[in-house]
Design a protein around this ligand. Sequence first.
Ligand code: 1CP
Length: 345
Amino acid sequence: MTGKPILQVLSGESVWPPPVWLMRQAGRHLPEYRATRAVAGSFMDLCLNPELAAQVTLQPVRRYGMDAAILFSDILIVPWAMGQGLTFAEGEGPRLPPIRDRADLDRLDAKGAAARAAPIMKTVRRVRLALDADHPRTTLIGFSGALWTVACYMLEGKGGGEFKQARRLIHADPEFFAALMAKLEEATLAYLLAQAEAGAEVLMIFDSWAGQLPPEAFRKWVIEPTARLRAAIKAARPDLPVIGFPRLAGPMLAEYAAATGVQAVGMDTAMDPAWAAANVPARTALQGNLDPEALIAGGTALRTQAEGILAAMKGRPFIFNLGHGVEQPTPIEHVMQLMEILRAA
Ligand code: 1CP
C-alpha cells in the first residue's frame, strides 16, 4: 500500500516531518502494557498469546500515533523455537541452557523452528488486520535478532555480560561456531519469511552486540551473514524492505550499509548523526538515535537533542527513533512532548 510514510522513506524518499517509532515502544513504561502483562502471566506467555501480544503491539500506536507497530516478541524466540530452553526470570533477563558442544548443537532443530513459532505468526496476522482497518498509514515491522547477537546469547546462556564465550569461540573453534551460525541462519530466515507471509511489511534485524567485534570478525560474522539473509529475503520477497541495526558499530556502520544491501540502518546512541549522514551511502535511509535517557529527562534536554538530530537528518530519508530501547521510567508526557517536537519539524 502506498501512503505509508515509513515505506516511502524505505523506498529512498525524504519525508518531512520524518515518521517516528521507538524501539521497545510496547513495554513497561505503559500502564496498559503492565495490565496486559499481568493478565498474560510470564513474558513468554505474553509472547506466545496471539490475542494479548497483538494487543500490546497496538498499544503505542493507539496511544501515541506511532508510524510503525513493531511485533511484540523477542529475538530469543528463534533459539527457543529450535528447542533450546528459554525462560525469563523476573528482573534478571533471559536464561538459556548454553550450547557447549556438538551434542548440544545437534539437538537444535532448525527445520522445525518456523512451525514452532506459529503463534507469533498469528499475532502478526491479527496486528496487520487491525492496522488495515484502523491505522492505514501505520507500517507493521517484523524482526529477528542478527545471527551474531543471537549466537552470543545461545553460547553464554544469559545477557548482562560481555559474551566472552562467543568472542572466544570464533578464534578457538571457528568450525563449531560456523556450524552453529549455519543452523541459526536456516531457522532465522524461515522465521523472517513466515512473518512476511503473515503480513509484516518491513523486517528489522537487531545486532545489539555487533560492536564487540574487531573489523575482520565484524565483516565475517556481522556483515556477511546479514548480507546473505538480506539476499535470501529479496529472492523470496523482492519488494520487502529490511532495516539493519548493528549497534555500536562505529565507523563500520558505513561499510555495513554498503555491503549488506539493507534499505535503512539504525544509529545507536553513540553515533554522531552528522557523521552517519556524511558516510552512509545516500540511498540508505537512517533511523535513530535519541538517547533514551534524554527521553526520561524531557524538557530542554529532550528538545535540544531531538532538534540536533533533526537538523543533521534534514533532506535525507530518515525515520526518527531512539538509539536503544525505551526504558521503564520513561514518562508518557515526555513521549508526547517528543511527538509534538516532531510534528513541528
Ligand atoms: O518482563 C518483560 O516485560 C521483559 C522485557 C522484554 C521486552 C519488553 C524483553 C526481555 N524483551 C522484550 C520485547 C522485545 N525485545 C521487543 C519487542 C518489540 C519492541 O521493540 O517494542 C524487541 C524488538 C526485542 C529485541 C531484543 N531482545 C533485543 C534487541 C534490541 C536491544 O534491546 O538491544 C535484545 C538484545 C533482546 C534480549 C532481551 N530480551 C529481554 C531482555 C531483558 C533482553 C536483554 C538481555 C540482556 O542482554 O541484558
